[in-house]
Structures are given as C-alpha cells and as structure tokens.
Design a protein around this ligand. Structure first.
Ligand code: ADP
Ligand code: MG
Length: 692
C-alpha cells in the first residue's frame, strides 16, 4: 500500500543515505566530526562530496549552493551548476570536497556592522556538518556558517553552534556530578510553532504597504473581527486545505515532521507546528518552512504574511520556541518523571533555568525583538514585554516547599498526575496552561512565546543556551570536588533553595495581560522594555559581554557589530514604513478623500439632503487633519534622521515618528469607515480577512 509519507525525507542527504552510500571509514569519520570528536580530512571530504553529487544528480539537482543565514534574519544562497567542461570540452558534473566544505560568496552586500571594511569584502562559508544537506528546486543546499576574512561571525548560525557546545559541556558536567557518569554530551530539542496569515493574492498585490512592509499601515478593523471566536480550531477552508497539503508534502520530502495545523484565533490566521528536533536543525528547518509557506502560497493564488502584526485590531502572529535539554542517551533533563519532588536532577535544571532567565531577562527579551514585534509585545495580546516564568501550581508548590526546607511535596505526585502508566508527567489539567506567560513550563519543556513570527529562531536559542550554560557552570563550580554523592545531592538542594529565594520574583502565574501585572512587575523590579530599539542597547551591558565572551559564543567586536546591525535594521525598516505611509496617503487616500468631498459639495443646494452638508464638514476636517499630520510626520522624520548615530535616530523615530504614524492612521481609518468604494479603492480588512 502506498502512503502519503512514502517520499518522506527523500530530498535530504540524511544519515541513512550516507550510511548507505559511503564507505564505512568515510561514514565513521563524518560521524566523528558531527559528534565533535574529529575533523574531516581532504580525502574524506572528497569521498563525501562525490557520493553527495551522485545522490543529488539522481534526484534531479543541477546546481549546488552554500545556504547561509546572514544577519538580515533570512537566508541567502548563490547557485553554481555542477557542470564543467572536461579536458575535451565535454560537459561533466564536478563537485569536490573543497567545494562542499568552503565557499566564498561576495560578502559586501550583507550586513557586517563594521566587521568587514569595504576594501575587504571577502566572506567565507563553511559546511555545517551537523545540519543535513537537502535539495530544493533542483538545487543541492548545503547548510553553512558565514564568517569574515578574520573569522568573525557574519551570521547567526556560528554563534548558535558555539552556544550549543558551551551548553553541552556545562549540562554534561552537572549530569555527571549528580551521579550519571554515562552521559557524554547534551543537546537542545526545539519545536517551533509558526503562525501566519493567508490572504488572497489579488488583494495583496493592491496594497503596497503589505508588499513593502509586510503589514497594513492603516485599515479599519472589519465589521466582523475575532469577537465570535469562531475561527480558532474552526473548519479549514478548502483553498487553505489544498495549500496546506502542498506545504506538508514538500516539508515531508525534506524530512520535516510537519505535524499540527489549525486555524488560529484571528480570521485568516493559521499555525503550523513540526515535531521538535535538535536545535540547530529545528532553526534551519523553520527557515525552510517559512520560505516554503511563502512560495507555495503564491502558487495557490494566495499571499502568506509572516509579519508579526499585519492587521490592527486582531491578533498578531508569533513563533513559539519549545525548548528542552536532552542527553546523548535520550533523557530529557526537564522531564519531572513520576516523582518530581525527589528528582534532584530535574529540580537542579529547573532552578538553573529560573536563575538564568531572571539574571538575563533583558537579553532574553531582546532576543525576541524585531520591528514587527513592537506591535505585539506589551501591546496586550502576545506575551507582555516583561519576562516572567510560569511553572504551573504543581511544580511551583514543590519548589516553594523545598525552599521552606521541606523536601516532601505538598501534593502527592504519581496517581493524580500520571494517569496513564508509562507516560511521562502530564500537566493535570488544561487550565494549568497559562497562555499569557512569555515563558511557560509545559510538562517537560519551556515554551518561550515571545518570538515574532517572521524572525529566525537562531538568536533566541543562542541566548537560551548561553544563559543556561552559565547558570549550570556556576552550579557545577559549587558541586565539583564534593566527595560523596549524597553530599553532592544535599548541596544541590541547597543551591536550589538559594536560587528560589533569590529569584522567585521571576515566577508569576497570574494574567500576564493585566495592568495589575505591569504594576506588580515594577514593584518586583522586573524590567519592562517596550521597544525593539531600546532593547538592543542591552548588548552593550558589561555583564552580557562577559557572558558571551567567557563562553566563547561572541567576541566583544561581534556583539558590537550585531548591535549596530540591529539598530541600522530598525532605522531602515522604519524608513520604508514612513515613506510607504506618506506615499499611500498622498497617492491613494488624500485624492479619494478630496474627490468624495467634492462629490458631496456638488450635492449641496436648497434641495440637498442634510446628510451631504454633514459629510462635507466631516470630510473637510479629515482632509485637513490628514494634511497636517503628513506635514508633522515629514518634519519629525527629518529631525530624527539628522541624529548623529543609528541608535539616537531609532530612538527618536520610536518616540516621535511612531506616535505620529498612529495619529495619521486615526484620520485615515476614520475616513475608511465612511468612505465609498466609488472613491476609495484600496482593499479593506473585510476583503482581505474574509475571502478565503
Ligand atoms: P501548543 O499549541 O499546545 O503549544 P503544539 O503541539 O502546537 O502545542 O506544539 C508543541 C511543540 O512542542 C511541538 O513542536 C512539539 O514537537 C514540541 N515539543 C514537544 N516536546 C518537546 C520537548 N521535549 N522539547 C522541545 N520541544 C518539544
Ligand atoms: Mg504553543
């Protein structure tokens, strides 16, 4: 019987394929490299390249590319054909170990934040052996890191890989010292839930704000919003089903376990979640997924919007980063097991996490920042901009009773919470799932919910892994050298008590969207950074520089470059938004307003309906208001741009231009509410959100 999953993984040069096609010593040498126990020599690389080329040609590939992730947040590739002339001028397919391992794209068109002087445009890509090679659109894609001539990271993959090694070393030491000597390495497991909107392509094409900025810069919420809650988990429209089927089939062929799909809260909004995988691979696969979503939508006459807030007045989109740490023999270190209160290793890892998040909450918040996310974080829908951890009352009770010196849990574990034999711990009740928390413990993993839907998950996982590594290193320093295991265990409980005592302010299980929480968080001294541009400054902080440099994840120079790139990105994105908004106002909105004004003006006279006069004065007010706002915005913009550096410019944009954009939007939205389609031609929210 054939199943829809027959071709699963057929376009990935995965481990089985390598085992099958490579001579044993070559395969073993590759495997050692993946496990960080060796390096590839020239002959081995040539042998792998040869097998890879044959596999790629058999599967229809004509080109290869070093696929990398410049600091734009997206991916980049430059295709080279396999074909070359042989000595007789006949075409042959060539692909050497050198071509597999190292590439040299022109780095000058990618952001480097000053790491690369203009005269030294060189950048190099190196094969990331830990992420599998795959074929897309007849191109063999080789995941690579991207570094400058001097070896500084020009991407977000290299630092992620370094943070994963740091975490592996730290977690392994702690696991070993707590008694399990078998474990040799640890890795992170990451499951990324991806939200997105779909609209009809014909509406998308008519809105240059969607095309250039990814979001509607104005637009009145449709008469039917999400009040009825009828979209969430509702039946999926036929067109969308066809689209999802197409997406799934492509993802499966690439070995991506696309699993869950459903309607989201807002109309036109959907979610796709794959089964979790190793962190670096999950991040790569999410990049591929976003690209497939976009391209497949187009094929189906749709546009896929990955922006965090394409429409005002309804929910925006996020990306949930489910995170856990797993040993090389498959144990999840956040798994509470049947008796969490007695599970010292579990308690130690949970407490390490609490300490890490509290100490670096600003950095964690920053890692989820992007221009689009400014419309969500702290704007009453997605998690607030304040970082806190939700543990659920069960685990929280255990920790608090431990902190009070009792070691027994307040509630009995086991029967109540583990109804099905053999199943790991199950949160006992669905109400125990706080959806308003930015960082929630969900059974055996932490779900970091702040990420914007359009973002690469690379940096957030670099941060989570780095702060965990540091926290675990500190714990290890206190445990190492203790002679007896029993004493080690006692000591780790002591450490947990201290952590709970020192960091309990970060634990919060109430409603994260409420105003009371903002006040309470302030009282607790928890930072509340509302904007992307402000959050970026955290990268200057000495403590953060020390964190990354001591773990070998980022050098000070690289951090500085990152900060500069982010500031510049904010300014550029805002530049596009402002200019697009002004352009649409001048080209679409004001002419429509004026024509409509004129229409009602003509209608006036002794027998004209009273309504006409009312409209005339209403429209006059709106036209004037719009004009004045455009003027103000233009001069505020000029003022911001005259600031001497990107940060000051960005800050000024956020403080003065952004509020003016909201002001202008108010006039336009008020007009939209009364506008006639005879004059106003831009697609409305109701067109875009209810047309599938
Ligand atoms: P929900 O919408 O309730 O948060 P989903 O099922 O949509 O849940 O997504 C949960 C995600 O978490 C999936 O990608 C899943 O594979 C992932 N996940 C499950 N267990 C782990 C784990 N131990 N570590 C990391 N991710 C996990
Ligand atoms: Mg979720």
């Amino acid at each position: 019987m054939s199943t829809p999953f027959e071709g699963f993984g057929s376009l990935v040069f995965n481990e089985e394929e390598m085992k099958d096609r490579l001579p044993k010593p070559v395969y073993d040498s590759w495997k050692k490299t993946v496990l960080n126990e060796g390096t590839l020599d020239r002959t081995t690389a040539d042998a792998i390249a040869h097998a890879m080329k044959r596999w790629a040609l058999e599967n229809g590939a004509t080109h290869f590319t070093h696929w990398f992730q410049p600091m734009t947040g997206g991916t980049a590739e430059k295709h080279d054909a396999f074909v070359e002339p042989d000595a007789n001028g006949m075409p042959i397919a060539r692909f050497s170990g050198k071509m597999l391992i190292k590439g040299e794209p022109d780095a000058s068109s990618f952001p480097s934040g000053g790491l690369r002087a203009t005269f030294e445009a060189r950048g190099y890509t190196y094969w990331d052996v830990t992420s599998p090679v795959f074929i897309r659109e007849e191109v063999l894609c080789i995941p690579t890191v991207f570094v400058s001539y001097n070896g500084e990271a020009l991407d977000r993959k290299e630092p992620l890989l370094k943070s994963l090694s740091a975490l592996s070393a730290a977690a392994t030491k702690v696991v070993n010292v707590l008694g399990d000597r078998e474990v040799k390495s640890c890795r992170i497991s990451v499951g990324l839930e991806q939200e997105y909107f779909l609209i009809d392509k014909k509406f998308y094409d008519q809105r240059i704000d969607l095309k250039l900025t990814g979001r509607t810069l104005f637009g009145t919420p449709a008469t039917k919003g999400q009040e009825l809650d009828d979209h969430y988990f509702g039946s999926i429209p036929m067109r969308v089903k066809d689209f999802m089927k197409d997406v799934n089939e492509q993802l499966w062929k690439l070995g991506i376990y696309a699993k869950t799909e459903h309607n989201e809260v807002a109309p036109g909004q959907f979610e796709l979640a794959p089964i979790f995988s190793e962190g670096n691979i999950a991040v790569d696969q999410n990049q591929i997924t976003m690209d497939i979503l976009r391209k497949t939508a187009e094929k189906h006459g749709l546009a896929c919007l990955l922006h965090e807030k394409p429409f005002d007045g309804i929910n925006g989109s996020g990306k949930h980063n489910n995170y856990s740490i797993t040993t090389d023999n498959g144990q999840n270190l956040f798994d509470p097991g049947r008796k969490p209160a007695d599970n010292i290793r579990f308690l130690t890892f949970i407490c390490a996490f609490i300490k890490a998040v509290d100490e670096y909450s600003l950095l964690l918040r920053m890692s989820a920042s992007c221009t689009g996310n400014d419309h969500r974080l702290g704007a009453n829908e997605a998690p607030p901009a304040i970082i806190s951890i939700y543990l659920g009352s069960y685990i929280e009770d255990i920790l608090y009773s431990l902190a009070q010196g009792k070691s027994a849990p307040l509630k009995k574990a086991g029967e109540d919470f583990n109804p099905v034999a053999g199943l790991a711990y199950i949160p006992h009740d669905n109400t125990d799932r706080n959806r308003t928390s930015p960082v929630a413990f969900t059974g055996n993993k932490f779900e970091f919910r702040m990420l914007g839907s359009s973002m690469s998950a690379s940096f957030p996982n670099t941060v989570l892994s780095s702060i965990m590594a540091e926290s675990l290193n500190e714990i290890y320093e206190q445990l190492k050298g203790i002679k007896y295991l029993q004493d080690v265990r006692e000591k780790s409980l002591d450490i947990c008590r201290t952590i709970i005592h020192d960091h309990k302010r970060i634990l919060f299980s109430g409603d994260g969207y409420s105003d009371e929480w903002v006040k309470e968080a302030k009282r607790r001294g928890l930072p509340n950074v509302r904007s992307f541009i402000e959050s970026v400054e955290v990268l200057k902080d000495k403590k953060i520089v020390h964190l990354f440099t001591s773990l070998g994840v980022y050098s000070e120079k690289e951090l500085e470059a990152n900060r500069r790139i982010l500031e510049e990105q904010y300014d550029r994105m805002m530049d596009i938004e402002v200019r697009t908004m002004l352009e649409m106002t001048r080209k679409d909105v004001l002419p429509a307003m004026s024509a409509e004004y004129h229409f009602y003006q003509e209608m006036q006279g002794p027998k004209a309906p009273k309504f006409a006069a009312k409209r005339v004065s209403q429209l006059a007010e709106l036209v004037d208001g719009t004009y004045e706002s455009v003027d103000r915005m233009t001069s505020l913009w000029k003022e911001a741009c005259s600031e001497k550096d990107d940060y000051l410019c960005g800050k000024k944009i956020y403080d003065t231009v952004v509020p003016e954009m909201a002001e202008l939007r108010k006039y336009i939205d008020r007009y939209e509410e009364i506008a006639s389609r005879n004059f106003y031609h831009l697609p409305l929210y109701e067109d875009m959100l209810f047309s599938l």
